[in-house]
Design a protein around this ligand. Sequence first.
Ligand code: AMP
Ligand code: ZN
Length: 471
Amino acid sequence: MENKIKLYNSLTKKEELFIPNEDGKVAMYTCGPTVYHFAHIGNLRSYIMEDLLEKTLRYVGYDVKRVMNITDVGHLSSDADTGEDKMLKGAKREHKTVMEIAQFYTDAFFSDCNKLNIKRPDVVEPATNCIAEFIHMVSALLEKGYAYEMGGNIYFDTSKLENYHVFSGQNEDELLVGVRDDVEEDANKKNKSDFVLWFTKSKFDDQELKWESPWGLGYPGWHIECSCISMKHLGEYMDIHCGGIDNIFPHHTNEIAQSEAYLGHKWCNYWFHVHHLNDKSGKMSKSKGDFLTVSLLESKGYNPLVYRLFCLQSHYRKPLEFSYEVLDNMTVAYNKLVKKISDLSDAGEIEQDKFDAYRARFEEALSNDLNSSMAITVLYEMLKADMNDKTKKELAKSFDEVLSLDLLNAKTEEAPAVDAELESYVLAKIEERKEAKKAKDFATADAIRNELLEQGIILEDTREGVKWRKA
Ligand code: AMP
Ligand code: ZN
């Protein structure tokens, strides 16, 4: 198939034509959540934009296989190999076991994704499912001389690589600036940038989850899980790997180091990184404790899809600042948009040439390094354009396969309070009309619809049944 999507590749720092290894097929990997707390809306910005990428690839015709891990073990609160284990921290906070915490927050994560119309990846694999794979890769790295044992832990030896800092060319001191002030040095390391593949000597005696390994009872480092889980499901070559920009270093840098050392060849061609969502005080982060969640937005009366629209209105490679004022404006825009679409009638035939022209413009916007705000502009322009309602409605439906804003079946929050008497009257009429239709008495059914229309009530036949609203 024709490759026409251009994407910025963090590895080459250039916009490039995206060409997968296998014609028409895309092997895609996403770093999943660390499930020791709720995802904040910053994390979810990354997952919304990655969802947009996946759906764009599908829209233009690729067959995508997308894999995501769930980090339910071994991710430390510092990005260095020191600090408290995040999962353990969560378990202590809530007086639960690590596995209970992991299950609860995994479910919460997918429930948030659901509310934001983020598709579940084809494969979702918790790290704790793949201990055998981790042990296999660590053993192979030791055999090949890329790893060493020191003080009970297994470390990756970054000095064995010609180019460890593949993303930046910077040295580690520069990269660690601003990451954390209290990064402790691990005296076992031969080189400052070496990282742990397998722990048996944790500072934390109460580490709950441990497994037998050739090096003793222990648990995996964080980075190894993404290399092993992706290879387990996507094989030795991957097309595109996604994450938030904070994952570039050390996480993705270390993933590349160990994967390519293990494989002996290049592993992943394209790296897609989503910039951060900030609040007024800076980057939103889970470890700050006080962060915004989807449930919090809902409790304040916001539709989660308004947050999705807010994210789509801005480019994924730009930082985005969250504020309630902007979300209020977005709510108004969203409600107007879905109202406009719900006012479109089903009358007429699709004007195919116009349909094709607008679909091409929409694809072109997204093919241009996922220019989602331009794609939304195409939607607005299409709604204003000179074509019949049927064509507009079909285009809106088609665009929504990617935008996933429920453009045709949205529940807008601004619905005016309904008079109970009017409601029961209209519902009775709808029932009457249903009976008439069942009896194939379409004249009566139409008469009921018109009678209601004269009273300012519009009926709509939707897949979920008949809906009504005031004209
Ligand atoms: P975590 O659950 O901390 O492993 O993070 C899950 C995903 O969210 C990763 O891809 C992170 O890079 C990303 N992420 C973390 N903080 C933010 C933020 N403030 N804005 C956007 N993405 C973020
Ligand atoms: Zn990862």
